[in-house]
Design a protein around this ligand. Structure first.
Ligand SMILES: [Fe+2]
Length: 245
């Protein structure tokens, strides 16, 4: 649904306990060609596509599919969607390296290292073909006359990237943080100290007043954004005190 001018937000049911299928929130930046951020799971694409159409947008006008990071709940559908709508695929070079060097294990291993099972509601993911991705670098990202910025924000994964639209005070943070907590730093490829630096970097973006996280609710209003960082830094201080670095 239209959340703010030219920014569409598709909220997915939060299910962070890994007992079943999880799916990330998706974002569409409307333009002459649209940018789809975090398409989510392959199974969820049909529903997402319907929601995009219901908003009066043509999925065939998506020009870029950007993944904040390689986890399947954010990126499984990426290759399929890009092929279907003939869009370019974008993920950070560091994340693509991570994926090839073992990050893809998320697509077929449970968090305890056992193989994903077809039994129950445990999903079995399609491993995206990373050769089809354009290597993304931090810095300005100019697309169809609009100026965005990409930031390398490792910690949850080694090459996560955040998407900033300074003109609109908008930030998509993937799984770097959510409302009230930082993202997981206990996963394969996670690095707590890098996560703390990434949160500090994002806190430095003083124009941000609209945040969409990979899961859970949006954070809207500069005051709420600032308040959320206070909560995150308290959590970080607590983790550091416990020796999680
Ligand atoms: Fe993630």
């Amino acid at each position: 649904m239209l959340q703010w001018e030219d920014i569409y937000y598709y909220e997915k049911m939060p299910n962070l306990d890994f007992s079943g299928e999880i799916n990330s929130n998706s974002i569409l930046i409307k333009g002459p060609k649209h940018i789809l951020i975090d398409p989510g799971t392959a199974k969820g694409w049909g529903e997402l596509k319907e929601a995009i159409v219901a908003d009066g947008l043509d999925p065939m006008d998506i020009g870029v599919v950007f993944c904040t990071h390689s986890h399947p709940d954010h990126a499984e559908a990426a290759v399929m969607v890009a092929k279907q709508v003939k869009a370019d695929l974008l993920m950070s070079l560091a994340e693509l390296d991570f994926f090839v060097m073992g990050g893809a294990r998320f697509y077929y291993l449970n968090s305890d290292g056992t193989f994903l099972s077809m039994q129950g509601n445990m999903p079995v993911y399609d491993v995206p073909d990373t050769r089809l991705f354009i290597k993304g670098f931090p810095g300005p990202f100019i697309y169809e006359g609009r100026q965005f910025k990409l930031y390398l924000t490792p910690g949850h994964t080694p090459g996560g990237m955040c998407f900033h639209w300074p003109e609109r005070g908008f930030l998509a943070v993937g799984d770097v943080y959510f409302k009230g907590t930082i993202g997981s730093i206990a996963l394969y490829g996670s690095q707590p100290s890098q996560m703390y630096k990434s949160v500090t970097l994002l806190n430095g973006l003083l124009d941000v007043e609209k945040v969409i996280c990979g899961h859970g609710p949006i954070i809207e209003g500069r005051e709420k954004v600032v308040k959320n960082y206070e909560i995150l830094f308290a959590e970080i201080a607590d983790k550091k005190a416990k020796g999680i670095v």
